[in-house]
Design a protein around this ligand. Structure first.
Ligand code: HEC
Ligand code: HEC
Ligand code: HEC
Length: 117
């Protein structure tokens, strides 16, 4: 009986790890991920898991497995790490986060301290 329980626990632990890997991290530091060279605001800790519970993967990614992001205005691939994000008028705001928050009417969706905290 003990052996059965232990092997069930092992299977469960592996399933959890596999689930986490397929879905990516629950929270993502976007200064690192978007390659922001000289941040002036607090780095955004993006609540990935919260978004996954409300949206489809392909709302943000080009595929349902993750990987390349999607420009919210054009639907083309979005590569923030190559865009030199700087200042208020930047692609992370205009072409990604804010574009969807406005469309979906997220409460305080453009309030600075909702994201930079
Ligand atoms: C609201 C937007 C959004 C949704 C919805 C979303 N993601 Fe992500 N995801 C991101 C962002 C932003 C990153 C970090 C940037 C990056 O790594 O490209 C990321 C990173 C990832 C990563 C790690 C890095 C990579 O690019 O592979 C995986 C894996 C991933 N997401 C999978 C998923 C899966 C699977 C779903 C659906 C269950 C999903 N995501 C839903 C925005 C989203
Ligand atoms: C495709 C749509 C979409 C995109 C893109 C998107 N969001 Fe959101 N976001 C939402 C929705 C919808 C909610 C509201 C979730 C809810 O009902 O609480 C939300 C809520 C949030 C919240 C509040 C979460 C909480 O715990 O209440 C934060 C913070 C946030 N988004 C940050 C970001 C950042 C940073 C980006 C860009 C990297 C981003 N979002 C991109 C749709 C999006
Ligand atoms: C929906 C999420 C979200 C909101 C709301 C938001 N930002 Fe951002 N912002 C980002 C993301 C994502 C980045 C790129 C990653 C990072 O810098 O953490 C960014 C980057 C920046 C940058 C360039 C990098 C830096 O730190 O200098 C500035 C400046 C900035 N934001 C200012 C603001 C101001 C001012 C507000 C309020 C008017 C605001 N942001 C509201 C998500 C948001």
């Amino acid at each position: 009986m003990k052996k059965v329980i232990i092997s069930m626990m092992v299977v469960f632990a592996f399933a959890l790890v596999a689930y986490a890997a397929a879905n990516g991290p629950a929270t993502i530091d976007l200064v690192k991920e978007f390659n922001v060279a000289a941040p002036t605001k607090k780095a955004v800790q993006f609540p990935h898991a919260v978004h996954q519970s409300k949206l489809q993967c392909v709302d943000c990614h080009m595929s349902d497995k993750g990987g390349a992001l999607k420009n919210q205005k054009t639907g083309a691939a979005f590569e923030p790490a190559k865009l030199g994000i700087k200042g208020m008028k930047n692609a992370a705001h205009d072409d990604f986060c804010w574009a969807c928050h406005v469309e979906k009417k997220v409460p305080q969706g453009k309030s600075c301290n909702k994201c930079h905290k």
